[in-house]
Write a protein that binds this ligand. Structure first.
Ligand code: SAT
Ligand code: MN
Length: 613
């Protein structure tokens, strides 16, 4: 007999679905999550008691817990992530595919009895403000209390969601298990439960809009509202329903006169998306406020503009490299009520990571993310520096604790978007900023987004560019060529008043490897030009790649010594030879797509013509 820890809601389809999974997974008990603080802190206490989590010093880091995962379970596993569409072509050349019937058979065998000795938590959640017409409801079944508390932070959980669902409302069913049954009263003994790599599956079924996840407890593999629902499944819904689900930050930009523009941006990972969303402008009188740092859902309003909501409720941020200098607002967001994963633990009961820019006491000993004693400067047997925190260590912080969060960030109608930014780390060729010549040209720019990977840190020239169209490569739930077509179709919607499209690159270097642009808060100077361009102002010259600012169009007041006339000229030159090489790389990149829209092939041909002139 499975214990029922509390009453099930009055929604026959939902209850039947939960019972069906309980029968297969055979948990010890079923618990319906209500989203309260009592539930959240109760689960935290349980996990601290069982040794899965450490409570941090309540004076330094109030209401915070630290988890360390299994060393094999530290990030999203793209090789084990599947788009199980009925037809392989519909998943496309950039996604892993297995026949859905076969995959379900295989996974059902794994789920059989997988929750022995565990509680099955049922989490009703909303992506987006509860009740917003842009929001969507999901229900996640999981056997991980760690997932429950993370869903509390990252989504809106509980009874308010059930109220919106009513007796027969629609939801995206999401099933998750860590894949580690506890037999005969065994316990985890403080060890992060997960399954071996060849048993892990992160499966999306686009036609039936289901998510099945097995074997991992970490991040996007397990917190299913985020990448699985809000991107992979939502992209499919957005295509069918005429809206957009994008891997984009959303920021609110206010000029000294109090005029507001909303900007979204797509960047591949490790390009500073969270930093841009929480930027502190160095330009006097300018203000940046955060709406979201990872995902944007956009729908047309009656006025033809695209309105965006942030479907999330928190930030699942990369910890290493985050400091009061690189991102003060992120540091303050995780000052309290935060879940830390795979960070290091200090003697004083606070967290620590590489790049936090908080000095340690002389000789201070930390507990590293693997649970070992760690000292600064420690090297392994091969002479490599041992890291205290895992490079993908995370903080799960509440959006409401971010000092830069915009007062209207939860507006159920969303905010009207003025500009889309695309960018990556490009030490050469790509200028600091340029604007597309048309919507279609902007879609072309989005489809070619890339970031340079340097073999060695000092090796500037030998970098190859890893292309990540719209920063969506691991997150698009259908054929990428069809996704490009969806972007083109959005541009043809009657009466649409579309955002302007820009490409930015904060990462230009000189030939001898010096950064040309200071980045961080100084990026507000580029945002200022973008703001002006949205109003039909801001000086620009037309070049073969698009509209580029004139060298005096970027406000350098106060940084003329840091970014000299020569620097800004280099940042804003059209590099004809570099672009010929770029064109060849884009041609190669485009060969990957089996359903490349003709309009994008035309854009490529037109760029080639303009470069040849
Ligand atoms: O683990 S997540 O997918 O949520 C984070 C990321 O990879 O961006
Ligand atoms: Mn992301």
């Amino acid at each position: 007999m499975i214990k029922q820890l509390n009453a099930a809601p009055d929604h026959a389809k939902l209850v039947a679905w939960v019972n069906e999974w309980a029968e297969l997974c055979e948990p010890e008990a079923i618990y319906w999550c209500d989203g309260t603080n009592t539930e959240y802190y109760g689960l935290c206490d349980e996990m601290v008691k069982s040794g899965l989590a450490v409570r941090l010093n309540s004076k330094l880091r109030p209401d915070c817990v630290l988890f360390k995962s299994d060393p094999s379970d530290v990030a999203r596993v793209e090789a084990r992530t599947y788009i199980a569409s009925e037809k392989k072509e519909d998943a496309g050349p950039t996604n892993n595919w297995i026949d859905p019937v076969e995959l379900k058979k295989e996974m059902r065998a794994l789920y059989k009895g997988c929750m022995h000795g565990r509680t099955m938590y049922v989490i009703p959640y909303s992506m987006g403000p509860v009740g917003s017409n842009i929001a969507k409801i999901g229900v996640e079944i999981t056997d991980s209390a760690y997932v429950v508390i993370n869903m509390h932070v990252m989504t809106r959980v509980g009874n308010a969601v059930l109220d919106v669902l009513g007796k027969d409302g629609e939801f995206v069913p999401c099933i998750h298990s860590v894949g580690k049954p506890l037999e005969n009263g065994a316990s985890d003994n403080g060890i992060w439960p997960c399954a071996p790599m060849d048993k892990k599956y992160i499966a999306q079924f686009p036609e039936t809009r289901e998510i099945w996840s097995f074997g991992s407890g970490y991040g996007g593999n397990a917190i299913l509202g985020k990448k699985c629902l809000a991107l992979r499944i939502a992209t499919v819904q957005a295509r069918d329903e005429g809206w957009m689900a994008e891997h984009m930050l959303i920021l609110k930009l206010t000029n000294p006169e109090g005029k507001v523009k909303y900007v979204t941006g797509a960047f591949p990972s490790a390009c500073g998306k969270t930093n841009l969303a929480m930027l502190i402008p160095t330009l006097p009188g300018w203000k940046v406020e955060t709406i979201g740092d990872d995902i944007a859902w956009m729908k047309f309003g009656k006025d033809g503009r695209l309105y965006a909501i942030n479907p999330e409720n928190g930030f699942f941020g990369v910890a290493p490299g985050t400091s009061m200098h690189s991102n003060k607002n992120a540091m303050l967001s995780c000052a309290k009520e935060t879940i830390f994963t795979n960070c290091a633990l200090r003697e004083n009961g606070d967290i620590w990571w590489e790049g936090i820019e908080v000095p340690l006491e002389p000789g201070e000993k930390l507990i590293d993310w693997k649970g070992n004693v760690w000292e600064q400067g420690q090297v392994d047997a091969d002479g490599n520096k041992v890291k205290a925190a895992h490079p993908n260590a995370r903080f799960s912080a509440r959006a409401k604790n971010c000092p830069a969060i915009a007062s209207n960030w939860e507006d159920p109608n969303g905010v009207p978007i003025d500009a889309f930014l695309f960018g990556g780390r490009r030490p050469s060729t790509l200028p600091l900023v340029y604007q597309s010549m048309s919507w279609e040209h902007g879609v072309f720019i989005g489809s070619t987004v890339g970031s340079e990977v340097t073999a060695a840190a000092l090796d500037v020239k030998a970098g190859t560019v890893r292309r990540d169209p719209f920063a969506m490569l691991p997150f698009c739930g259908y054929n990428m060529g069809d996704y490009f077509q969806h972007w083109l179709d959005i541009g043809k919607v009657e009466g649409a008043k579309l955002p302007k499209i820009f490409c930015v690159n904060w990462f230009r270097k000189t030939a001898d490897g010096r950064w040309l642009w200071p980045g961080f808060g100084e990026n507000s100077r580029v945002l200022k030009w973008i703001f002006e361009r949205c109003d039909g102002e801001g000086k620009a010259v037309e070049t073969p790649i698009g509209f580029m600012p004139t060298t005096d169009a970027i406000d350098r007041s106060g940084i003329e010594n840091e970014v000299t006339d020569a620097d800004i000229a280099e940042l804003l030159t059209f590099d004809k030879e570099g672009w010929k090489n770029e064109l060849a790389m884009i041609k190669e990149h485009y060969k990957k797509f089996d359903r490349l829209p003709k309009a994008l092939a035309d854009q490529l041909a037109q760029l080639e013509e303009r470069l040849a002139k």
